[in-house]
Design a protein around this ligand. Structure first.
Ligand code: TXA
Ligand code: MG
Length: 349
């Protein structure tokens, strides 16, 4: 398949809209990461997204809308809490899981009776959705298991020849995917941490917000490393009986080609240990990439992380050694990605 590279002028967006209306696939920019779009209400188009990404079909898509009215094509139950979050955070990096209407194809929801919805903060993509006036299903536009794409060249590297078009927009401002919050019960539950934190949600709702325990749990339950290595070769890293509320949590994610190790503990000791490990590895002739972020600025780590993993892969790094950030606020979101990227290869110092 020929993959067209589209610009961001009106004629380009019109072309992208025509491709979507014909049931094709278009990669689109958002403030978080690039998405791979298909008409969310066209089951055949959505099936092609799973195929292009090599994504397991029980891992549901996020559906993107450009105006609150389009929510009524997806759900009927719009609660006061949802309205508060929409007012505070949309357009923006917050996804809400809500009950799905019967007409939402179950291929879009991964077979669930709920659907994940968000309004992205990107003018190009908002005008694309306005043009088709259909909700746009869009997982991150990477091959399944690879780091999420934060600029159009990452999408091209993974999906060239597998999708119809890529809209060549800007590099993504946030750099990690949206916060996913389950709004189907009285107490909202964060299924995937992001740049919008539990504290922010709680403040807007004036109530408690929980974090799904699966966010903190190693999906393999911390099994012996041989078993982990075996599972690392495939996409599945979880036990079959691991059933998180967000199906995506049980799959291998964000993996660079290089081996990756996370050093965790007292920051000064971690720095020393990283320097030592680097020396040893270099002595063995390995090319080493080091990631040490400012603990006080997890937003900047979020912005850099996926792009850096891809840059290390491109430059043929054999091993990536990273220092852990503290897991509060946005740090939790960064560490959630970092642990998965490293396949939970953590060295406590
Ligand atoms: O920032 C983002 O959210 C990006 C951009 C493109 O919008 N999209 C994204 O999509 O990260 P994706 O497919 O890579 O991740 C969607 C996550 C998965 O972990 C999936 O399991 C979860 O959201 N999810 C989707 N629908 C769900 C549902 N109905 N219930 C629970 N979790 C759901
Ligand atoms: Mg993804």
């Amino acid at each position: 398949m020929e993959t067209r590279i589209l610009g961001t002028e009106k004629k380009d967006i019109e072309e992208a809209a025509r491709i979507l209306e014909r049931g094709g696939l278009v990669a689109f920019p958002t403030e978080t990461v690039y998405g791979l779009g298909a008409n969310a209400l066209d089951p055949e188009a959505v099936s092609k997204v799973y195929e292009a990404k090599g994504r397991p079909s029980d891992n549901p898509m996020i559906v993107h809308i450009s105006k609150p009215k389009q929510l009524y094509k997806l759900t009927r139950d719009i609660t006061e809490d949802m309205k508060k979050l929409m007012d505070a955070f949309w357009p923006g990096p917050l996804t809400m899981v809500v009950p799905a209407l019967p007409q939402v194809p179950r291929v879009t929801t991964g077979g669930l009776d709920t659907v994940a919805v968000r309004m992205p903060d990107n003018d190009i993509t908002l005008s694309l959705i306005n043009m088709t006036d259909e909700p746009l299903a869009g997982p991150s536009a990477n091959l399944s298991g690879r780091p999420s794409p934060t600029c159009p060249s990452h999408v091209d590297d993974d999906l060239h020849g597998r999708i119809d078009a890529i809209i060549q927009g800007e590099a993504c401002r946030v750099g990690i995917e949206s916060t996913v919050v389950d709004m189907t019960e009285e107490i909202p539950v964060i299924l995937r941490p992001g740049i919008i934190t539990r504290e922010q949600l709680s403040k807007v709702l004036s109530k408690k917000v929980q974090i799904d325990p699966a966010v903190f749990k190693r999906p393999d339950g911390g099994k012996k490393s041989e078993e982990k290595d075996r599972k690392k070769d495939g996409l599945l890293i979880a036990d079959d009986d691991f059933k998180p509320r967000s199906p995506g949590m049980k799959y291998k994610h964000y993996a660079p080609k290089a081996e990756m190790i996370i050093f965790k503990g007292d920051p000064d000791k971690v720095r020393l240990a990283i320097a030592e490990e680097k020396m040893i590895r270099t002595g063995f002739g390995q090319k080493v990439g080091v990631l040490i972020y400012d603990n006080e600025n997890p937003e900047s780590a979020a912005h850099d992380f996926f792009a850096q993993l891809r840059a290390f892969d491109k430059s043929g790094v054999d091993v990536i050694i990273a220092a852990a950030l503290s897991e509060d606020g946005v740090g939790l979101a960064v560490m959630n990605r970092m642990f998965k990227s490293a396949g939970y290869n953590i060295r406590e110092i």
